[in-house]
Design a protein around this ligand. Structure first.
Ligand code: SP5
Ligand code: ZN
Length: 345
């Protein structure tokens, strides 16, 4: 499987995230991607290449110009507040919730940080833009390679993307790599694209981006948002609006549910995708569904990821895999590469 690797991912290296009123070491660490590269090297799974840089106009197909402008300049603006900020990550602390206005962009950096984010657990660092942009390059290149005839491709990148919306970051995500890949496939001639989101957490960003559209089917298996992040989206009654009505499918599962229940929901998802008859598939591949994941409460074992890959191959679609979450760092490479290997065999 042709892999596009973001060699600059480690430029995004956040120190601490807020958890229960305390700063704890970040879960989303550079070692995650390193583990996947190492495992790909150990198994015989095809070439690993560096992506070509895509123009900002490709990112503007999904993200708003003012959000992209904010993200590109955020570190510079943060340093302008205080040179000592070079040793501190920028963490949001105030948000325009109900009754407050979000149509006026404040001058104040702290206020803009809140306007363009959804939580305080996603620090912005010196290299965040570089890492996220190169990751988006990987996703768009992975999509493009499908149009050039590859059966399947893999965007090996971090930070992840599926929580990022058109104009906000959060959930460790800054640019929505899966959405960028799907949009690129459409811009390149595909009529319909399905996105299957398998991360433990609901892909609120991806859902919101395509919610009123019928040229992208979004199907997600995730922990019930009543119990788990992102909390405020991902319920089963969210089925799309306007032209998009019927093209958003959420399959929330109780935290702690057995793996048989997860695979039953996967079957429902696969049948819905087959009915849609898309030209291509984008998989938001989070493996925080693993039993040993420190953030999550599903029970998949490493061997289950081989079975998952086999089921996805049976859909018989050109497929771009995009790495999302997964925080059991030691087993992350094995679990991710098991999906890819299961797909190829
Ligand atoms: C892409 C992705 O998987 N994002 C997940 C974002 C989750 N953010 C909330 C994390 C809450 C921290 N909980 C710590 C539990 C320690 N036992
Ligand atoms: Zn996740």
């Amino acid at each position: 499987m042709l892999t596009f690797y973001n060699e600059l991912h480690s430029q995004h290296r956040a120190r601490y995230e807020m958890f229960r009123g305390e700063l704890v070491p970040c879960f989303e660490v550079p070692e995650r991607a390193d583990m996947v590269v190492a495992e790909l090297g150990r198994r015989n799974l095809g070439r690993i290449v560096t992506p070509h840089g895509v123009p900002l106009t490709s990112l503007e197909r999904i993200h708003t110009p003012r959000y992209l402008h904010f993200l590109r300049h955020a570190w510079h603006d943060w340093l302008a507040l205080d040179p000592d900020n070079a040793n501190r990550d920028a963490v949001p602390s105030v948000w325009p919730v109900r009754t407050l206005r979000s149509d006026i962009e404040p001058d104040n950096f702290t206020a803009r940080l809140g306007l363009y984010s959804m939580d305080n657990g996603t620090p912005l660092t010196a290299g965040t833009w570089t890492a996220a942009k190169t990751g988006a390059d990987c996703a768009v290149n992975a999509a493009h390679a499908l149009r050039l005839g590859e059966r399947a491709t893999f965007a090996l990148t971090r930070p992840p993307g599926h929580h990022a919306g058109a104009d906000f970051f959060g959930g460790y995500c800054f640019l929505n790599n899966a959405a960028l890949a799907a949009q690129h496939l459409l811009d390149d001639g595909a009529r319909r694209v399905a996105i299957l989101d398998l991360d433990y957490h609901h892909g609120n960003g991806t859902q919101s981006i395509f919610y009123a559209r019928n040229d992208v089917l979004f199907v997600s298996l995730h922990a019930d948002p009543r119990q788990e992040y992102p909390f405020y989206l991902g319920h089963a009654d969210e089925t799309g609006i306007d032209a998009g009505l019927g093209y958003n499918v959420n399959l929330p599962l109780p935290a702690g549910c057995p793996t048989t229940q997860w695979f039953t929901a996967l079957e429902t998802a696969c049948l819905r995708i087959t009915m849609y008859a898309p030209d291509a598939l984008v998989v938001s591949l989070g493996v925080d569904t693993y039993a040993g994941d420190p953030l999550s409460h599903f029970a998949l074992q490493s061997g289950d990821y081989l079975r998952l890959g086999e089921r996805l191959a049976y859909l018989n679609l050109p497929t771009a895999f995009i790495l999302e979450g997964g925080y059991a760092v030691k087993e992350l490479g094995i679990n991710v590469v098991n999906v890819l290997e299961g797909f190829e065999t």
